[in-house]
Write a protein that binds this ligand. Sequence first.
Ligand code: CP
Length: 326
Amino acid sequence: MSTIPDDQLVRPGGSGWTSEHLLGLEDLSSEEITAILDQAAEFKACSLENNTKLDLLSGTVVANLFFEPSTRTRTSFSLAAKRLSADTIDFTASGSSLSKGETFIDTARNIEAMGASLVVMRHKSPGAPHLLARRVGAAVLNAGDGTHEHPTQALLDLFTIREKRGSFEGLTVTLVGDILHSRVARSNIWGLKKLGARVIVCGPSTLIPPRIEELGVEVSHRLDDVLAETDCINLLRIQFERQRGAFFPSIREYTHFFGMNSQRLKAARDDVMILAPGPINRGVELTPEVADGPHSVILDQVTNGLAVRMACLYLLHERKKTGVGQ
Ligand code: CP
């Protein structure tokens, strides 16, 4: 156990962080996003790089409420809370009283009654964390709400890009694939645009939402056309479980036009960065040699996710304690 010196901590309020909940990047200012990334950088240096536990959330209960499957986000939030010395409640829908007809709001309020002051929630319905935030006193962190937003995924993507490239000015990031169903795409677009990056969304026309240009992005339907001008390629998973109907003729055809492979890597910039939120469909969005190759930062994203989630929990906890912005 270790504490980090006070002067190494980014101060809420003084750092631009004022939000009471973390519901989406649409709601955050560039200063708030930067405050999270800066705090995450501190935690990466102070805790992750030497496996040190910090005594910052001791006596605090963090509830992880996952009403939808997850590997990375759930385990990462759970470990982030433990690294900050919080107690954790890890709830998953299977085996719970939801099957007896309990609503997710009642489930959350019961867990809050056990002392949780930070509630992390993933739910299949867009807006579910926003509804919960109005019904509980705890700070709510959105861990993915349907096709709407996945703020901590975008924050860890931003952190990874900033760590490798220093800044977003002059950077082109291309989001490839199932933009229509992707909460990761929406959160990335908000975050990247606020921090000054150029964003291209690329995929079959059936998987690009109409009028998406109004968010300040450019649209391409040919990955080969944008490879040479892209610094970072984020390969989004085809969300088969959210698709109702056929959005492209076959997986083989999708992979032919939009899959990242060794040949496309040769046509890309020498220093192109390959990101993917995971889980990945190997051989669909990208080939194994790209996923595991030298341009891939996929596992760096996972490591950075821990620092980013520590930062989100800590800043919300401090915000609650000090009432900054109230
Ligand atoms: N990227 C992501 O959200 O992964 P999980 O669904 O495993 O949490």
